[in-house]
Write a protein that binds this ligand. Structure first.
Ligand code: F3S
Length: 438
């Protein structure tokens, strides 16, 4: 129970689902101390925690903008900057006006103590090296701030060292969470009303490799989670192509509680570029994999990530990428222009691709896959989809996400929350249109 004098804390989260989870972990730790309580939505706070991402230069810029705005709007509040950008460039963050605490990714567990030290001593930079981090930070999060679906982190860090990526330097090497802790947490979340759980990690396919207790891997973990009473849907977040075996595809096809959804980063369709990126598969492996998934799991939503204009990517390389995309049964694509990450191996690569060409390639790739997306959406009309309707829906309608990762709306109906099977009646601008089953 928070004391009357407790300080209100608000959170801003950037980046991926892992960061969302890390925010929840910090919130849980703060709420466990009687000095803090979470501010209501829109309420001014005494402490703001900005959980940053550093995946691109744009992500860094968004974090700086949020920090400046918070400083301007709440000059008296304490400002905590955590997450991947804080880990990558702590001094740069500490120089921003008004930052009270810079908190590294291995230092999240100490947020309460570090805030107390700030009260006593003024600004602090608490950023430990990630390579000393060997344990999974286990915080028993039992509810999520603003999400109808619960994100559960089962693994952190990465051993892969792709040349463009900063994540090994911001999150350290791969470590898995104990299976029993995950099973218990999913049980608690389901008992608390969550019907969908998203299993996430930096490299979720590496789950179990480092566990002393042998025999655990991702398929075994997923099977164990299906035993949790009341769990209606299990979704897998982004997973590397080399981590998806036939056993995983067959398992996900075998039970309707698995969301028909894979997100598999391709990054480039040129083997030459994939090799320079340090990726551990060939483009043809990706193509065969997504075709196999589409055949085995009808109606599956299959998304991918693409980096356009990686150093040395020629017009011919990009043509090969477009060819791969054209042939693949993808349903959506996240395409980004390559952005150099300070400290990553590719920072030293020559043959930089001009910005306008990178942007043009992003546009071409997006256009190509958006046609596939339209085709996929059209194919849903007349079908019944299981949709998790969310609390924060659109005006004059209720909205949510189907198992195969399509936004679905119930026009004219507000306040529908939770899992429901609906019939798709048409295509809308902001989502598929649906009606209740008669
Ligand atoms: Fe960004 Fe860190 Fe996630 S760089 S994408 S918040 S792992």
């Amino acid at each position: 129970m928070a004391a009357d004098t407790s300080k209100r804390v608000a959170f801003r989260t950037f980046g991926c689902r892992l960061n969302q989870y890390d925010t929840e972990a910090m919130r849980t730790l703060l709420e466990g101390d009687e000095s803090y309580e979470t501010a209501a939505p829109g309420e001014a706070a005494d402490v703001y925690v900005v959980n940053t991402c550093s995946v691109t230069a744009r992500a860094d810029a968004s974090a700086r903008k949020a920090i400046r705005r918070l400083r301007k709007e709440h000059p008296e509040a304490k400002l905590v900057v955590a997450g991947c950008y804080a880990q990558r460039a702590p001094r740069e963050i500490a120089r921003l006006s008004g930052v009270s605490l810079v908190l590294g990714t291995p230092d999240r567990a100490r947020i309460v103590d570090e805030l107390a030290a700030v009260e006593r001593d003024g600004q602090r930079v608490a950023v430990s090296p990630v390579d000393t981090e060997s344990d999974f930070l286990d915080v028993p999060v039992t509810d999520m701030l603003s999400h109808s679906r619960a994100v559960v982190k089962v693994q952190d860090g990465c051993n892969q060292a792709c040349s463009y990526c900063i994540i090994p330097q911001t999150r350290g090497h791969s470590r898995s969470r104990g299976p029993q802790q995950i099973i218990d947490q999913v049980g608690n979340l389901v008992a608390g009303g969550y019907t969908e759980v998203v299993i996430s990690g930096v490299h979720v396919g590496d789950y179990g490799l480092d566990l002393a207790e042998s025999g655990w891997n991702l398929p075994r973990l997923l099977c164990a989670l299906l035993e949790v009473p009341g769990l209606e849907r299990l979704r897998l977040s982004s997973i590397e192509p080399a981590s998806i075996g036939l056993d995983l595809i067959d398992l996900m096809a075998s039970d309707h509680r698995f969301a028909r959804h894979f997100h598999i980063p391709l990054q480039s369709g040129s083997d030459r570029v994939l090799e320079r990126m340090g990726r551990r598969y060939r483009a043809v492996d990706f193509s065969e994999l997504v075709e196999r998934i589409a055949e085995t799991i009808p109606g599956c939503g299959i998304g991918s990530d693409l980096i356009c204009g990686f150093p040395g990517e020629t017009g011919d390389d990009f043509e090969q990428t477009l060819e791969r995309l054209r042939a693949a049964p993808l349903t959506y694509l996240h395409a980004f222009p390559y952005s150099v990450r300070p400290g990553s191996p590719a920072e030293a690569f020559g043959d930089r691709v001009p910005g306008d060409i990178k942007k043009q390639r992003v546009r071409m790739a997006k256009r190509l896959v958006s046609e596939k997306n339209e085709h996929f959406r059209s194919a849903q009309v007349g079908q019944d989809l299981r949709v998790l309707f969310e609390a924060a829906s659109g005006k004059g309608s209720s909205a949510g996400w189907s198992d195969n990762y399509l936004r679905v709306e119930l026009p004219g109906e507000t306040g529908v929350i939770g899992m429901e099977t609906v019939r798709i009646t048409g295509l809308g601008v902001t989502g598929l249109q649906a009606e209740h089953l008669k």
